[in-house]
Design a protein around this ligand. Structure first.
Ligand SMILES: [Zn+2]
Ligand SMILES: [Zn+2]
Length: 451
């Protein structure tokens, strides 16, 4: 009886080995002997696993022993794959198990394009993110297509995006498509462009410009300086011009070649999540009113330039009118104006960074007692006339104080204004009403400044 069992085991093991040799490609089959079958699956360097199968004493009545190892895959995924293989072996008890287990594992490795982003997806599911408590987030995975669908909503603002990776990921970048959104087309374009750049950086690294200095100076040294003469001078100039043109063409930025590809699916998804979570609630750093309307359908309806949304270099938002007054009012210094929220210097292509220019502009305005045309409809005519010429208006004094700036000679006035309660006069009420009404209308941002 015992010999019957052992001869049956022997017969099945030999049958398994023969079928394995027949079925598994030579470059994957590392070892195929009575003691073990060893298979190395390497779809890409990032999708690699070693499958070891052993025949236990109870085989074939009991399932084969499966051992999986991988240097590339996260351990949680390796454990999941092991369960998958063991279930397949158990389903084939008393039959050949090696080939079904191999087929199951390889099928999963080849067909599931999301394997290389496994740990990123685990993190994405559990990620709360910064300032994203109120963000609604749904994640749907399409393994065979390598696609992750993100459905995001913050209040009435919604954005659906699809992130796709292929079998070469992370050597090939994450592709992003925003399939639905009620942000303006400019914001959609900005989100897509920034996400694409994050994905590109992870694969290619920063663009590098080749140095042209060395070639040019050595050329000038050997030809221009040594030969001299008018004819040669003219010829040399032409040659130099040609050389410069050739160098300019050759120095077109190109990706650095030494970068090790980095996974960026999580980074891109987190960028989108934080953008959708934070953009709709951004306040203007001067007046502290939200720059975006609560209802995104109002986004395209703003006609007032003063209420248009401006995003500066540090990433903070301002109303055009508020920023214009803030940047064009004293104090001016060579370091520029700091953002009241973060203290970083404010850069924007629409406004000069030259303190002297700004100061003379201010002096010019003062001398001619001009009103600030752009903010008249925003503040009301009375406010511009009565408060701005002396001390800054209360809303701007607040921004100046938060930026650590005080108008020279108006320290007390500015401090009082910053601390003062809202005006209670009829004019003040009218002014606030006007401002509130104006704030309800919102503008599209000028995206070209930061795209
Ligand atoms: Zn504002
Ligand atoms: Zn800032």
């Amino acid at each position: 009886m015992a010999s019957d069992v052992s001869s049956e085991r022997e017969r099945m093991v030999l049958k398994e080995l023969a079928r394995a040799r027949d079925h598994i490609p030579d470059d994957e089959l590392v070892s195929c002997v009575r003691e073990l079958v060893l298979v190395r699956l390497c779809i890409t360097p990032y999708k690699e696993v070693t499958l070891q199968i052993q025949f236990p004493p109870g085989y074939p009545a009991s399932p084969v022993v499966v051992i999986l190892k991988s240097k590339a895959l996260p351990q949680s995924l390796v454990a999941k794959l092991k369960n998958l293989c063991e279930a397949e072996a158990a389903a084939h008890v008393a039959m050949c198990q090696v080939v079904p287990v191999y087929d199951k594992l390889k099928g999963f490795m080849v067909q599931n394009l999301l394997i290389a982003a496994w740990d990123e997806l685990v993190a994405l599911r559990s990620d709360g993110g910064d300032g994203e408590e109120t963000l609604s987030k749904k994640i749907k995975l399409y393994e065979a297509q390598g696609k992750v669908k993100l459905v995001l909503a913050q209040g009435k603002y919604k954005l659906t995006a699809e992130l796709t990776i292929d079998n070469q990921y992370p050597a090939s970048p994450v592709e992003l498509e925003i399939t639905r959104s009620n942000f303006t087309p400019q914001y959609e374009a900005m989100f897509a462009a920034h996400a694409k750049e994050l994905a590109r950086l992870a694969v290619s690294g920063p663009l590098q410009r080749l140095s042209t200095t060395k070639t040019r100076s050595s050329y000038a040294g050997s030809t221009f300086a040594e030969r001299g003469g008018r004819r040669i001078l003219g010829k040399t100039r032409r040659l130099l011009a040609d050389l410069e043109a050739a160098e300019a063409a050759a120095s077109t930025p190109e990706p650095s070649k030494t970068v090790e590809p980095r996974r960026s699916l999580l980074e891109v998804a987190q960028y989108l999540m934080s953008s959708v979570a934070n953009y709709p609630t951004q306040p203007c750093q001067c007046c502290e009113e939200p720059v975006f309307p609560a209802d995104p359908t109002e986004l395209g309806k703003v006609t007032s330039k003063a209420l248009q949304v401006e995003r500066v270099y540090c990433g903070h938002f301002y109303h055009y009118g508020c920023l214009d007054v803030f940047l064009n009012s004293p104090p001016f210094n060579s370091d520029g104006k700091p953002c009241p929220a973060c203290g970083k210097r404010i850069f924007h292509r629409k406004w000069s960074n030259d303190a002297k220019e700004l100061e003379s502009g201010w002096a010019h305005k003062q001398a001619r007692h001009r009103e600030i045309g752009e903010v008249i409809d925003f503040l009301g005519e009375d406010a511009v006339g009565e408060t701005y010429e002396g001390a800054p208006p209360p809303w701007l004094a607040g921004a100046l104080a938060r930026a650590g700036l005080v108008v020279p000679g108006d320290v007390a006035a500015a401090a009082t204004a910053a601390a003062a309660p809202p005006p209670s006069s009829a004019a003040g009420k009218r002014k606030r009403k006007k401002k509130k009404k104006a704030t309800a209308r919102m503008a599209q941002d000028d995206m070209s400044a930061f795209l």
